[in-house]
Design a binder for this molecule. Structure first.
Ligand code: NDP
Length: 323
């Protein structure tokens, strides 16, 4: 089975694979994101996944500007995804949320702008607003109104495509059923890997010509960032995955990424280590046969590494529904 280096979106734009993830915990110096993004672009990544929340778009933007300036890439060859943070859901703040990213990145437009999570937080400078008891302060914006403001960002030419992230089926349907819908989401970016293979969400998305973009495809970072407990299985150490990787002379990470690609999913992969950044891009020169695909599919256990537990009592918490 051949896999193209890009996927078509429902608005005629194209999304290159693999996406380079730029998130790193607060303990990492921000310059690491700049160095890693530069390495990634030079290695051949053409899709960079970022977000205002990550607090490193200025650094990521510097790496982009540097590689454009020295002729490594042209702006039009690069696909940058940014995300609207939850304190900017109010329709009058959506454009502001976008413009902050564009300014930090020194870009005129984003290729893709996503609603980062469906949960709406109280607007303000504090990105994670809490009351005196440490309880999160929620907003009360209707997600359909946020979407309408996202559509206006596309109309204004400041983003090429718009989509969502961490939406469940019901929340996606709310957007799809919005009265006077101008553009449907091009993608839903969700946690997706061998242990949470998102079969049902994938089927639903495909039936609406919505692309599924997967994050934490390698089992996410093991440094406690997402509260991944010691009792959670380490995805890249899975025996079945390792057996198949050894048989094919590939690494477990390459097989884990190829598994998603062959199912029509765009995988994101984060690494700030040069040889792993390069390794994760070498997924186009081998094939997983049906038998191996079936063995890998059987590893699913609906295990979510990032449960976003801090918002479990939020009315828009996405992970109570089956999918
Ligand atoms: P990943 O699943 O991509 O895993 C990253 C971890 O795997 C790092 O610790 C990295 O270490 C390690 N790693 C990378 N490549 C290899 C390899 N070849 N072999 C062994 N280990 C490897 O995790 P993330 O959770 O960071 O997800 C990726 C991206 O997805 C994020 O950076 C972000 O852009 C996006 N994301 C989006 C979310 C959303 O809500 N929309 C939520 C979470 C992530 P090292 O760096 O040391 O190489």
């Amino acid at each position: 089975m051949s896999v193209k280096p890009y996927f078509h979106l429902n608005d005629e734009n194209k999304m290159p694979v693999i996406g380079f993830g730029t998130y790193a915990p607060e303990t990492y110096p921000k310059r690491m994101a700049e160095e890693a993004t530069e390495i990634a672009i030079r290695a051949g990544y053409r899709h960079i996944d970022g977000a205002y929340l990550y607090g490193n778009e200025a650094e990521v933007g510097r790496a982009i500007q540097k590689t454009i300036a020295d002729g490594t890439i042209r702006r039009e060859d690069l696909f940058y995804t940014g995300k609207l943070w939850s304190t900017f859901h109010s329709p009058d703040l959506v454009r502001q949320g976008l413009e902050r990213s564009l300014k930090d990145l020194q870009l005129d437009y984003l290729d893709l702008f996503l609603i980062h999570v469906p949960v709406d937080l109280q607007p303000g400078e504090d990105l994670l607003p809490v009351d005196e008891n440490g309880k999160y302060l929620y907003g009360n914006t209707n997600i359909q109104d946020t979407w309408e403001a996202m559509e206006q960002c596309k109309v204004a030419g400041r983003v090429k495509s718009i989509g969502v992230s961490n939406f469940n089926r019901r929340q996606l349907e709310l957007i799809l059923k919005k009265p006077r819908l101008k553009y449907k989401p091009v993608c839903n970016q969700v946690e997706c890997h061998l242990y949470l293979n998102q079969e049902k969400m994938l089927k639903f998305c495909k039936s609406h010509d919505i692309l599924l973009v997967g994050y934490s495809t390698l089992g996410s970072s093991r440094d406690g960032t997402w509260g991944i407990g010691g009792d959670c299985p380490v995805l890249l150490e899975d025996p079945v995955l390792n057996h198949i990787a050894k048989k094919l002379g590939k690494t477990p990470a390459q097989v884990a990424l190829r598994f998603l690609l062959q199912r029509g999913i765009v995988p994101l992969a984060k690494s700030f280590t040069k040889h792993r950044i390069e390794e994760n891009l070498q997924v186009f020169n081998f094939n997983l046969e049906k038998k191996d695909m079936r063995s890998l599919e059987a590893l699913n256990k609906n295990l979510r590494y990032d449960k976003m537990s801090m918002w479990e009592d939020h009315p828009q918490y996405p992970f109570y529904d089956e999918y």
